[in-house]
Design a protein around this ligand. Structure first.
Ligand SMILES: Cc1ncc(COP(=O)(O)O)c(C=O)c1O
Length: 420
């Protein structure tokens, strides 16, 4: 199996980087997000090495939307990451985690004036998503550097909701319109420029990146010729996928970056674009496989057709299965060696769609058993909600064989905060 999880089965019990999932669940309660710090760091080193091997000037910007826990942001900062942020809240978290404003690139869409003022005050780099965003920016001040998110006509992703380029996508400046946007910025006195794209999420193949990069650099070449703008960086976005199902393959990073960067080098030369830095914005790739969601079985019941295993996590805790129909592998963390049966795994929300799995083969479990929902490190906690008035879960980091709480569980009292 190509899956890359930091776990082992010790006598039927799940251990994550040497820490017993059952002990962690007893100590911190459930539902509980548990992350492997080693794995996050290892993923960063793998992608950073594979990318930098191919080109002299590269940067990795962690797409913080995948998981903004401060401990994760700090670990990645120590590894050398910078930040791709999409909201003032993400910028705030990154600054708090010790990133300098110049290490943060803000890529927002539908950005309000109050947000813009916060971002300018924070001094982060701006990647504009529309001409009107540039206008609002220039009305406030002329930044030294501006980047433009260009829609390169090619989008790709694991679900239509995560395809972020092409005619149907709301993101970015349409490629042909980019010349006008750069010309306006240059006329206003902006001195340095970048160009960015992001085609979507969960991509395991380089093919669509090549098509999109071709268009992006074609546009950059036109901009260069028509306006004289020179690019400090070309940001290729994120979207690198990871396997979720047994049998799915890992991306071969050397092959991926080898092919992508050699294509880009050729295009840069052909289009007289010099040697800008190349940036990449992985989110999921760095954190997805490092996280598991531990959830306790509260109910086992059946009807004439189905057997149901009820757990204490729901789509308030992990929304990906309900939102995208995503597959998440489930392990019976306290009963790994039991004989298997076919069940549905459901959560506590008052919604029929609150299901983590249908017709899933799982070891037989009884009430009180612990399940681990795998690949929950990305878009897990960061998309969690308080729906049905359920407090947000706790998060724990495993490092050096120890588990430490990195975000406390909310209480019922927290649900009332700010209300009168
Ligand atoms: C601008 C931008 N960059 C990077 C990413 C990261 O995507 P992923 O987590 O799939 O790598 C996203 C995700 O939506 C994004 O919108």
């Amino acid at each position: 199996m190509a899956l890359n999880w930091p776990y082992e089965n010790r006598g039927g019990y799940l251990y994550v980087d040497g820490v017993s999932a059952l002990d962690a669940a007893r100590r911190f309660g459930t539902p509980l997000y548990l992350y492997s710090e080693n794995m996050i760091r290892r993923q960063y080193r793998r992608i950073s090495e594979a990318f930098s091997k191919q080109y002299p000037k590269t940067r990795i910007l962690y797409a913080a939307k995948a998981n903004t826990n401060l401990s994760i942001l700090r670990a990645l900062r120590e590894e050398g990451a910078e930040i791709d942020a999409v909201s003032p809240g993400e910028v705030h978290a990154a600054l708090h985690a010790g990133y300098r404003p110049g290490q943060i690139l803000f890529t927002g869409t539908s950005v309000g004036l109050d947000e813009l003022l916060y971002l300018l005050d924070a001094g982060v780099r701006m990647n504009v998503d529309s001409e009107s965003q540039l206008d609002s920016l220039l009305e406030q001040e002329v930044p030294e550097m501006v980047s433009v998110r260009v829609n390169p006509e090619v989008g790709a992703g694991h679900h239509e909701h995560v395809i972020t380029a092409g005619y149907e996508a709301k993101f970015g400046v349409w490629d042909e319109d980019a010349i006008g946007v750069y010309a306006k910025a240059k006329r206003a006195g902006v001195k340095r420029f970048g160009v960015q794209m992001h085609i979507g999420s969960g991509n395991l193949d380089v093919g669509n990146y090549l098509l999109a990069a071709k268009r992006l650099l074609e546009v950059a070449g036109h901009v260069r010729r028509e306006t004289g703008v020179e690019f400090d960086f070309v940001d290729l976005g994120g979207g690198l996928g990871v396997p979720y199902k047994p049998g799915e393959r890992q991306v071969d990073l050397d092959a991926f970056f080898g092919e992508l960067v050699s294509f880009i080098k050729g295009e840069l030369e052909r289009r007289d674009l010099g040697e800008p830095e190349l940036w990449f914005e992985p989110g999921r790739f760095l954190v997805a496989e490092a996280g598991v969601l531990l959830t306790r079985v509260t109910t086992v019941k059946r009807n004439p057709k189905r057997k149901f295993v009820g757990v204490d996590a729901g789509f308030n805790t992990l929304v990906r299965p309900a939102m995208y129909g995503s597959y998440h592998h489930i392990l019976a963390a306290s009963a790994m060696d039991e004989p298997e049966e076919v069940v549905d795994v459901y959560g506590p929300l008052c919604e029929s769609g609150d299901l983590f799995a249908r017709d899933r083969r799982l070891p037989q479990v009884s009430e009180g058993a612990l399940l681990a929902i795998m690949n929950a490190g990305a878009y897990g906690f960061s998309m969690a909600s308080r729906y049905n008035s359920r407090p947000l879960p706790a998060e724990v980091m495993v490092g050096d064989g120890e588990a430490r709480l990195i975000r406390g569980r909310e209480t019922l009292g927290d649900l009332l905060g700010g209300q009168c």
